[in-house]
Ligand binder design. Structure first.
Ligand code: FVH
Length: 292
């Protein structure tokens, strides 16, 4: 039977692993830690952690084993040959949906229950009340429920289903949205960079505008749910494509490469050319799915 008392093993003491360990120690958890580079465990030993010499020793110490390593390969090599029988393995290492499913199959075949996790936070947010930090979890619902309290110590929890690939899918989907946002923000700063404009003041305007526009995601969701991409459209694609030309001319005038914007603009233009100028950008999703 799974031991759900306040103790666990943590493999990996990088920036994120150390933040998680510190949060569990602050909450009086009895934790055993292991890290490939042993010296990184010393600050945690001082705070009260047990430090294992090997990953196998660390795993043997507790039923709940959390891995927070660099990547899929480091998880596999760390757990190679380690007895996982009866363990609940929670893998917080960022991976792909496919790697989550593969690790789940591998762990299950070795007698463990597997839960994948996707951390939506940076290390300073861990263990900080109201920081907004949370983690997507998917995989064994029974293992997640058994350890819900422990997993909630450093960050909020969102269980997104028993498909072990879903935590990574949600994680990477949100990171992808963020990457597109960073691209837009970079272009915006480039446009004003050579002018006598205070970047700190400009940042407030950029941030406020992005926040005001963020509800756009809900409009897209309604279109995808209904299959009608024209309902509630206030700014149609034909108009936006004309606006794109103005954005590109402005980039040219300001000496800024349009390379971050052009790929998306090409897809918008394609939808208009295909006769969808009365929609918004939802149809770009269909184009992305039809091109691979
Ligand atoms: N830090 C962040 O902002 C992000 C936030 C969202 C989630 N990510 C993911 O979390 C995983 C761990 O990230 P991290 O910030 O702790 O990363 P590092 O500080 O670089 O530490 C990496 C740890 O992995 C160990 N490690 C690397 N390769 C191996 C290996 N072949 N075998 C065993 N351990 C390995 C490394 O050990 P060492 O270099 O100290 O010996 C660290 O413990 C990650 O998936 C992020 O994408 C963080």
């Amino acid at each position: 039977m799974t031991d759900t008392s306040a103790k666990l093993t943590l493999l990996g003491l990088g920036a994120m692993g150390s933040a998680l360990a510190t949060a569990w120690l602050a909450a009086d958890y009895d934790i055993t830690v292991w890290n490939r580079t042993a010296s990184r465990a010393e600050p945690l030993r001082t705070l009260g952690a047990q430090v294992a010499d090997t990953a196998a020793d660390a795993v043997a110490a507790n039923d709940l084993v959390v891995a927070c390593l660099l990547d899929d390969a480091s998880v596999r090599s760390t757990l190679d040959g380690v007895d996982l029988t009866g363990k609940d393995l929670i893998n917080l290492t960022t991976g792909t949906p496919g790697s989550g499913r593969e690790l789940a199959a591998c762990a299950t075949a070795r007698g463990a229950r597997y839960v994948d996790g996707g951390i939506m936070a940076v290390p300073p947010m861990i263990g900080v009340p109201d920081s907004g930090a949370y983690v997507f979890y998917s995989g064994s619902a029974a293992a997640f429920e058994a350890h819900r309290d422990a997993l909630a110590v450093g960050a909020g929890t969102k269980f997104v289903g028993e498909d072990p690939g879903f935590a990574a899918l949600y994680d990477v989907a949100l990171l992808s949205a963020m990457t597109g946002m960073f691209a837009g923000v970079s272009h915006a700063f480039a446009l004003v960079r050579k002018e006598n404009i205070d970047p700190r003041e400009f940042a407030g305007l950029v941030s406020g505008w992005i926040t005001a526009m963020s509800g756009y995601a809900h409009g897209i969701a309604e279109h995808l749910a209904s299959g009608d991409y024209t309902t509630g459209v206030t700014s149609n694609l034909a108009m936006m494509v004309e606006g794109n030309a103005t954005m590109l001319r402005t980039a040219h005038e300001q000496g800024v490469s349009p390379e971050l914007l052009e790929p998306f603009m090409r897809l918008m233009r394609q939808r208009v050319d295909d006769g969808h100028g009365d929609e918004d950008t939802t149809g770009v999703i269909d184009l992305l799915l039809s091109r691979r």
